[in-house]
Design a protein around this ligand. Structure first.
Ligand SMILES: Nc1ncnc2c1ncn2[C@@H]1O[C@H](COP(=O)(O)OS(=O)(=O)O)[C@@H](OP(=O)(O)O)[C@H]1O
Length: 322
């Protein structure tokens, strides 16, 4: 069966041609009510949850896994802040319709590091018993720099008290060095963007609450270089019928990432609209300090939790490795 037919048989939505300025685009519509009923289409709480980390590749993973016809992906919205019947209902209200042949899937990059209490409460009380979690971990130094660039650009778009409050919350202190280092020049583990990369600590807490078999950890570095092998791993972890193919992901020389091309989903192409954000040049000494700081945390990841990604073993370096 071709991709479009398969999608049209399973999904609660369809894409119809729409002419805009002489060009044919596609508009997504809900299927007719009778079909929605037969397919059991409704908003349902996720059976698959992407839990982070921030800047780990969660946006691309969400969108690309959502290309699978057996997956109904809803754009990430953070529930809460308190988890109650009402806030969970409101969260569910933001989801797409899911048919009985699909798994409802969403997530938020904050679950792993900042919103664990909410995550645990939801898993205990609200989410389906068979819920599975996907966690994307990326070289913590790259994650940190990417996070800094993103956070700074958000701060620069704000003004006055609002900016000050945001900078305080995020621990931004005027420069990359001031944000990451304490008064003695050591990497500051209390800096929020440093703390987020100490994955071993958060993983320890996660495994105390959620069984290991329910969690798949994906290498965000490998996913960025080529999303296809990671997506196949996720398909298998979720016991989905194999659907995603190598030809669905094409490297874009300008954007420097893979973009998607699946005929049933004209709405998903590249995750970033233009070029990937360029990372600042980092002083050699600072880079070495950061890699040295994270090395014992990465070692714990391997020794205690069996995470064997290449960057976990990398010795500290003053170059920014690939
Ligand atoms: N295919 C593809 N397309 C676009 N971007 C990709 C892709 N694969 C991985 N990435 C990397 O994802 C990084 C952003 O991560 P997140 O989406 O987790 O960020 S967020 O915290 O949820 O906003 C972002 O990090 P930076 O490159 O450092 O900006 C991307 O490199």
């Amino acid at each position: 069966m071709d991709e479009v037919t398969l999608f049209n048989r399973i999904s609660c939505y369809m894409y119809v041609p729409l002419e805009v300025d002489g060009k044919v685009a596609r508009r997504r519509l809900e299927r007719p009510p009778a079909e929605l009923k037969v397919r059991g289409c409704q908003k349902s709480l996720p059976r698959v949850l992407l839990i982070g980390v921030k800047e780990g590749g969660t946006t691309a993973m969400g969108k690309y896994l959502g290309l699978h016809p057996s997956i109904s992906y809803s754009y990430p919205v953070q529930p809460g802040p308190k988890i109650t019947n009402e806030t969970v209902e409101a969260w569910k209200g933001t989801f797409q319709l899911t048919s009985y042949k699909q798994l409802s899937f969403t997530g938020h990059h904050s679950f792993f590091a900042d919103a664990k209490p909410q995550l645990f409460q939801m898993v205990r009380k609200y989410l389906p018993d068979d819920v599975k979690l996907i966690l994307m971990l990326r070289d913590p130094v790259k994650r940190l720099v990417s996070d800094y660039v993103r956070t700074l650009s958000i701060a620069e778009s704000l003004a006055g008290d609002e900016r000050k409050q945001y900078e305080d919350n995020e621990g931004l202190k005027g420069s990359l060095e001031a944000t990451l280092l304490d008064e003695t020049g050591h990497v500051n583990p209390l800096s929020p963007i440093v703390r987020q990369g100490m994955y071993n600590i958060d993983l320890h807490t996660l495994y105390q609450h959620i069984r290991k078999e329910r969690i798949l950890i994906i290498d965000g570095n490998a996913f960025r270089k080529d999303p296809y092998p990671s997506l196949v791993e996720v398909e298998r972890f979720l016991n989905l019928p194999p659907f995603l193919k190598r030809r669905h992901f094409v490297y874009d020389e300008v954007k420097r990432v893979h973009c998607a091309n699946v005929s049933s989903r004209p709405d998903v192409r590249c995750v970033i609209p233009l070029k990937g954000k360029s990372l600042p040049a980092i002083d050699d000494d600072l880079l070495l300090k950061l890699y040295k700081f994270f090395q014992p945390h990465n070692t714990q990841l391997e020794k205690i939790f069996g995470v064997k990604f290449p960057w976990v073993y990398r010795p500290p370096t003053y170059i920014y490795p690939d």
